[in-house]
Design a protein around this ligand. Structure first.
Ligand SMILES: C[S@@+](CC[C@H](N)C(=O)[O-])C[C@H]1O[C@@H](n2cnc3c(N)ncnc32)[C@H](O)[C@@H]1O
Length: 353
């Protein structure tokens, strides 16, 4: 569900519930200073709303990427100026790397492709780019000579940076076929650019800022993979978005990793600013400031066997995965694997309708 608050737009983890409704429940069933628990916290909308309403929060999710996102959402100790400085350092090395992969010559002038339309055999068919300052993108057809040249370049390139080759759990419902690996969800171009980006984040960043980069990084993965279909009713190259599953259609859009990552990073920065604005770091005058003295804790346990002291919780909000609508753990492989995290698949809860 689309949330109106920037803090809930930092990542596309599924199953977010409307924050204003959760705020009403929290105020109705608990008081400031109470301890509240969400045993299936997901992205952490409930936990964040409760935290901002001055409750002590325990957030639990067995999916490691959910727990990671919760931590980043609720973390106050983050220096966004430092993050920007680190980004500049990353960019010095990352920009030329990406440019080599997405360069196209128009009448002798070099442009950066923003998207390439490829067929399911990965043959490039069309591409688009924007000239500096132009709002409208220009589309170009890629002839077979150029397509072959590019495919040869792609084949001859060796990826030097680490990337995950974790096997996907076979599941026809999400098009995860036997033998498929996380790396198969990407083209060599997007795999190579993501692997380089992650290695530069490791090199130039540290602490909570590094974790924030990783929120943007994981949020970007599917956007620049083989999983983005064009919205055909709007044209061959109309930008679509990955929603669920590991299905690659007849054609897909291969997006520019730098351009898309910058967009994701901006969303993360905006989200963090939104969260931090509650703690007196905003310029806006707040006539009724809350004196925050609450705590938050994330745990990564199986909700069926939570190790929480008896009588220590005032309010529990539960939002388990109903109706097997989203195979959370299996689909999160695209994120967990890059973070070197492994979910406990056998204990995932799925409530049948
Ligand atoms: C519907 S989502 C929660 C969304 C959240 N309430 C929000 O608004 O952002 C359900 C979550 O349950 C988690 N989950 C599944 N099995 C679990 C288990 N055994 N223990 C704890 N969490 C589990 C999934 O990883 C998923 O993140």
């Amino acid at each position: 569900m689309k949330q109106k608050r920037d803090r809930y737009e930092m990542h596309k983890y599924w199953g977010k519930k409307p924050s204003s409704d959760l705020g009403i429940l929290i105020q109705k069933y608990s008081h400031e200073g109470d301890t509240v628990l969400d045993p299936f916290s997901g992205y952490g909308v409930f936990c964040c709303e409760a935290y901002l309403l001055n409750r002590n929060v325990i957030s639990n999710d067995l999916n490691p990427v959910a727990s990671f996102l919760n931590d980043q959402l609720l973390e106050k100790e983050v220096n966004l100026d430092l993050l920007q400085k680190q980004w500049k350092k990353i960019l010095v090395e990352f920009k030329p790397f990406v440019e080599k992969w997405f360069e196209w010559k128009v009448d002798g002038t070099s442009v950066q492709l923003s998207s390439i339309l490829r067929d399911k055999n990965d043959i490039p068919i069309k591409a688009k780019y924007k000239f500096n300052g132009n709002r409208k993108a220009t589309e170009i057809e890629i002839d077979s000579v150029s397509a072959n040249k590019f495919i040869q370049f792609e084949k001859s390139h060796t990826i030097e940076d680490w990337y995950p080759t974790t096997p996907l759990v076979e599941n026809s419902r999400i098009s995860a076929k036997k033998g498929m690996r996380v790396s198969d969800l990407f083209t060599k171009r997007t795999l190579s650019c993501h692997a380089k980006l992650l290695s530069l984040i490791e090199k130039h960043s540290s602490g909570n800022e590094k974790d924030l980069f990783k929120v943007a990084f994981t949020a970007n993965l599917a956007n620049c993979s083989r999983l983005v279909p064009p919205i055909k009713s709007r044209g061959d190259m109309a930008p679509g978005a990955w929603m669920t599953g590991f299905y690659t259609g007849e054609t897909y859009l291969e997006n520019n990793v730098l351009q898309y990552f910058e967009n994701r990073l901006n969303k993360v920065i905006k989200g963090k600013k939104d969260f931090l604005s509650y703690f007196g770091t905003s310029d806006e005058l707040d006539l009724n400031p809350i004196e925050y003295n609450n705590t938050f804790r994330t745990i990564k346990q199986d909700a069926k066997n939570l190790d929480v002291e008896s009588e220590s919780i005032d309010y529990i909000f539960t939002d388990p995965p109903y109706g097997d609508a989203v195979p959370y753990f299996e689909q999160s492989a695209i994120w967990n694997s890059w973070l070197k995290l492994t979910p406990d698949y056998k204990n995932e809860v799925v409530l049948k309708r």
